[in-house]
Design a protein. Structure first.
Length: 224
């Protein structure tokens, strides 16, 4: 039994309309616990679509998604939300931060939806903020931060529920080389702690640092 298994996954947006897009045509993919994977592919190839499916943010049009042996392809919205809140830390392509709120307010957002034990939460938050080197920024509004700082806030928010799986969509997209390497090191350390990590990237050099690399082309996935 794989940790994450996709079988014949298809994702069609707006099926049977003039706006129909076959974003994923037939995806078969196995990811083991503790893997550090990267997904490459040109713009529009389906990378974010795949990540949304893996993150239980969206459902496939057809095919089977098994997470820890359990078929999650046809769960209700409520059941999917439960999985997301318990297991998955998602770093969105555009960070998805609330601009007018402070760093700490943004990081606390997942707790609004999580039933996880909130004991020792202050200690945990402090550790994450320090690990990501944003402790001193915690009371700043997000719209005053640099790209790299925002990226670390988005990662901190994903980590706050202590997810087993971290999905990150272009986590170094708009960052300079040093900042990208710094973000990559954060993921490497999380992976060493045992987290399963899947990142989408355009950067081949960064992809080489992961232990499994895939490429999406025309809605199909290939091992690189
Ligand atoms: N919500 C949606 N409704 C309709 N079509 C969509 C939707 N989201 C994505 N698509 C289409 O599906 C295809 C795959 O999009 P996706 O966002 O997965 O690509 P991507 O590889 O992440 O691209 P990028 O590198 O630009 O982020 C594209 O043709 C896109 O236009
Ligand atoms: Mg994308």
């Amino acid at each position: 039994m794989g940790f994450i298994e996709l079988e014949n996954i298809k994702k069609i947006y707006n099926p049977n309309t003039t706006l129909e897009v076959q974003a994923l045509k037939n995806i078969n993919l196995k990811i083991e616990k503790g893997d550090f994977c990267s997904i490459l592919g040109v713009s529009g190839s389906g990378k974010s679509t795949l990540l949304y499916l893996l993150g239980c943010i969206d459902k496939p049009t057809s095919g089977i998604y098994k997470l820890e042996g359990k078929d999650v392809s046809n769960l209700s919205e409520k059941e999917l939300a439960k999985i997301r809140n318990e297991k998955i830390g998602f770093v969105l392509q555009d960070f998805g931060l609330i601009e007018e709120e402070t760093v700490i307010e943004n990081i606390m957002v997942p707790f609004l939806f999580s039933s996880k034990n909130k004991k020792s939460i202050r200690f945990k938050i402090e550790k994450i903020l320090k690990d990501l080197d944003i402790f001193d920024l915690q009371n700043k509004k997000v719209n005053l931060l640099s790209g790299g700082q925002r990226q670390r806030v988005a990662i901190a928010r994903a980590l706050i529920i202590e997810p087993e799986i971290i999905l990150a969509d272009e986590p170094t997209g708009s960052l300079d080389t040093d900042t990208s390497n710094n973000i990559m090191n954060i993921f490497k350390n999380l992976n060493k702690e045992g987290k399963t990590i899947i990142i989408v990237t355009h950067n081949l050099e960064l992809a080489k640092e992961t232990n499994k690399c895939y490429k999406i082309r025309d809605g199909l996935i290939y091992k690189v």
